[in-house]
Design a protein around this ligand. Structure first.
Ligand code: SDX
Length: 365
């Protein structure tokens, strides 16, 4: 038996054809297509690509989009659950409860056939934006807004969240956020989901596993941490003191570092460009400037003290995009999950297709 690796670092746990990451070159691909190219597609098309393993032709895409749009609605029982379990500010807790209740109410919950799992995955992908937007409406004392089937996945989410149709750039920004957040190989939440799937538990149970794991501040919770950090730093001239203070107390600065990337996370670069364009559209570079100063200070400090750089990860500039889209910090991890659910269900299908219960050993000390 080989030695244990803390955090399973660099351990190859299974084969996959869904995602490939070159941590040295900073290259990320979904089904062999580089993430820079995926950013030019719609979220519906990328979701189809992840789940079905191929870029949809126009007929396939129209049919998939039509199914997603028809399944965006959530019933009054779920809305009542969201209204009564409206405790605290963290939206992910309410989302987790709502997905659990949706599992109860799904008429195909006991059917584990491929067809039933496919229609359940469509309901999960389609309903996450409605659930997250509705959670936010209740938490801010507003009534939920019904989905608009004429809007794209991303535009509809912002419409249900804020009650007005977003600008073209805002809609494009959230679509790209969902795409860039959709999949990332065996990250903690996806790996935990695959373990649940490997026991042949149902797809809702697997997605709920992923949701719970994503919440951690060192994983999907970091996006909320970055948003709170931006508020705390508040001006570029405060960035230096903030970073030095965190590092001197050996505390992590949210949104930086990655287990796999040894160079910059390619998603961070794409999110930085989206943030820049939103800043320009709004004529307000404030948050962008705070973030860029933090980025440069972290890079300089790590080079000076550790002789190697540290780079922003997917959660850093996506948090800046959320600031410009007026998405509140307590919603950030839930919005991340709204993109990631397509990757989660594609891993569920892949595990199901060639399954063996995931059961590693421990070294007794
Ligand atoms: C996501 O895995 C995925 O793919 C996840 C994800 C996805 O798409 O699903 O990419 C999404 O979760 C991104 C990561 C979001 N988390 C954060 O931003 C939290 C801050 N980051 C760190 O917690 C950390 O960088 C991790 C968790 C991301 C990576 O952890 P590792 O690989 O275990 O690295 P480490 O903690 O061993 O750090 C190595 C060194 C340490 O210093 P030394 O003890 O060697 O002196 O780098 C330092 C760390 O202290 N370090 C940091 C740091 N990240 C690493 N120091 C300050 N701030 C940081 N953010």
């Amino acid at each position: 038996m080989q030695d244990t690796k803390k955090g399973l670092e660099d351990v190859l746990a299974l084969d996959t054809s869904i995602c490939s990451i070159d941590g040295r070159q900073g290259i990320l691909k979904y089904r062999g297509i580089e993430v820079e190219q995926l950013g030019q597609m719609s979220y519906d098309a990328v979701s189809y690509l992840l789940i079905h393993g191929k870029v949809p032709d126009q007929r396939e895409l129209d049919s998939y989009s039509k199914k997603l749009r028809s399944e965006r609605y959530i019933n009054s029982d779920i809305l009542n659950v969201l209204n009564v379990c409206n405790y605290g500010s963290e939206a992910l807790d309410s989302l987790r409860t709502a997905v659990c209740c949706s599992a109860h109410m799904d008429t195909e919950k006991d059917d584990s056939s491929m067809e039933a799992n496919m229609s359940k995955s469509i309901r999960l992908v389609a309903k996450f934006p409605t659930l997250v937007a509705s959670v936010h409406r209740y938490k801010t004392g507003q009534l939920p807004i019904a989905p608009d089937e004429n809007l794209s996945h991303g535009a509809n989410f912002l419409y249900m969240l804020k009650g007005k149709v977003p600008t073209e750039l805002e809609a494009d920004a959230i679509e790209k956020d969902f795409i860039l957040s959709a999949e990332h190989e065996l990250n903690p939440s996806t790996f935990s989901l695959r373990i649940t799937a490997s026991t042949m538990a149902d797809i809702y149970s697997a997605v709920i596993t992923g949701l719970c794991t994503l919440k951690g501040p060192l994983h999907g919770g970091a996006r909320k941490g970055v948003m709170n950090m931006l508020d705390e730093v508040s001006h570029p001239e405060n960035a230096e003191k903030y970073v030095l203070d965190k590092l001197s107390h050996r505390q992590k600065v949210m949104g930086f570092g990655h287990r796999v990337y040894k160079t910059c996370d390619p998603r961070a670069k794409l999110f930085k460009d989206i943030a820049r364009r939103l800043a320009d559209e709004q004529g307000d570079s404030h948050w962008y400037d705070v973030a860029e100063t933090l980025e440069h200070t972290m890079y300089r400090e790590f080079m000076a003290t550790k002789g190697k750089p540290i780079f922003p990860n997917v959660d850093f500039y996506s948090a800046v995009v959320y600031k410009y889209l007026d998405i509140p910090p307590e919603l950030a991890t839930s919005v991340f999950a709204t993109g990631r659910v397509s990757g989660w269900v594609s891993h569920y299908f892949e595990q199901y297709a060639n399954n063996r219960v995931i059961r590693p050993r421990a070294n007794y000390i």
